[in-house]
Structure formats: structure tokens, C-alpha cells
Design a protein around this ligand. Sequence first.
Ligand code: IPE
Ligand code: IPE
Ligand code: MG
Length: 230
Amino acid sequence: MVPHHVGVVMDGNGRWATRRGLARTEGHGAGEEALVDTAYGALAVGVRVLTVYAFSTENWRRPLDEVRYLMNFNRGLLERRQHELHAEGVRITFSGRRDWRVPKGVLHRMQEAERLTEDNRVMTLNIAFNYGGRAEIVDAVKRLVHDRVPEEKIDEKAIRERLYHPELPDPDLMVRTSGEFRTSNFLLWEMAYSELVFTEVLWPDFRREDLYAAIEEYQRRDRRFGGVDS
Ligand code: IPE
Ligand code: IPE
Ligand code: MG
């Protein structure tokens, strides 16, 4: 089966650029082609949700110039791509904190893309931006308190309902590029039973064929969810 929801940690942009003697930011720019090809590749094989990790709550630790570049780049990416994605029936959503650290211009584009594409149902492209898995759980706990949920009503469902996108199913497959074997705070709650696939490919070189290779690997896995094979 084709995984319903695929998560991607788009990593290795800096190394891709450094190896070419370019500035790290050039690697982020080159990642756009990878993202677009991966999204259309996912669409072509019937993936219903693609969550991509674009900026983590820890990425603010980077040099100011790089952070600034990434903010402008992501705003520009929405400006450049939202209409073609809309034409393909892609709904664009975001996971992450929309706090004071995110420039107003970026927030504005995010809202615009969400509104433009909100009725689309072919595929959801969920962009994890200023996203942290721990932050998401903290925010869910805050909502529990805000909603005055009594202790006996606190269960997994109550927490799940307060995550950023409770309507999205948990990812079936998580792919991380660039040869790093870690999740780096991506979808901590949701990835409890995701199949993890790691590839050495650096994100700017990633194309739909690499996604398909990861999906084939996923299809060879035996998912048990804690049970036993029948
Ligand atoms: C991933 O590439 C993009 C973001 C984290 C925004 P990196 O910038 O982390 O690239 P490497 O890991 O340093 O090569
Ligand atoms: C994870 O990559 C975040 C994104 C891809 C946006 P990082 O490059 O930030 O992760 P670490 O620092 O290698 O763990
Ligand atoms: Mg990295």
C-alpha cells in the first residue's frame, strides 16, 4: 500500500552547498526543486498527506543571516508556488508556533496560502514551520488546562485532539535525508509507530525517485503496532 501520510525531514542543504564551495544558503535555495518534485511525485502516487520539516524551533540558534534567509525563502516559496499547488488540488497547511519570532510578512503568506487552498482535497502539504515536537505537546497540554479538562478525562485522545492538526492521520512513513539517524524533534507524538527510512541523499538532490525508493522500503516492512502477526 502507498503510505497515506509521509513525513520528510529535509536535511543536508548546508552540506550540499559547502561541498560545492557555495554559501549554506544556496543549499536552501536548491532545496526548492527537491520539495516541488517530491510533492508532485507524492501526488502522482496517491500519497494523501505530505508533512515537510522546513524550520524547527531549534533552528533559531543558527546565524542571524541564515535565519533571515530562511524566513525570506519560505515566504518566497509560498508566493512562487501556492497557485500551481492550488491548481493541482493541494491543500497547504502549517504545523508550528506562530509566535512573535516569525516575521509578519511570513505569517501573512501562510494565512494567504491556507485560505486559498482550504477546500482542496487531493493532497495536503503540511509545512512544519517553527515546529518542534516538544513544543507541540506543550501547546496541547496548555490547551487541556485552558479547556479545564478534568484529570479523569485526560487520555491519549484528549491530547491528540489538541495537537496542531488532529484531522491528519499519524505519518506511516518518515524519511530523513543526509545520512543523519535522528528525528530532531519532528512529530514526536505522531511518529510513535511510523516506519523510519534514512537516506544518504542530501535534500537538494532528492527527487521523486528517492521518495519512491523510500516507499518501496516501507512496503517491505512489517507493521505490528505492538501486536503479533496473524
Ligand atoms: C536542512 O538543511 C534545512 C534546515 C534545517 C532549515 P541544513 O541547513 O540543516 O543542512 P546541513 O544539515 O547543515 O547540511
Ligand atoms: C532538522 O534538521 C530540521 C529541519 C530539517 C527543518 P536540523 O539540521 O536542524 O537537525 P540537527 O541539528 O542536525 O539535529
Ligand atoms: Mg541539518
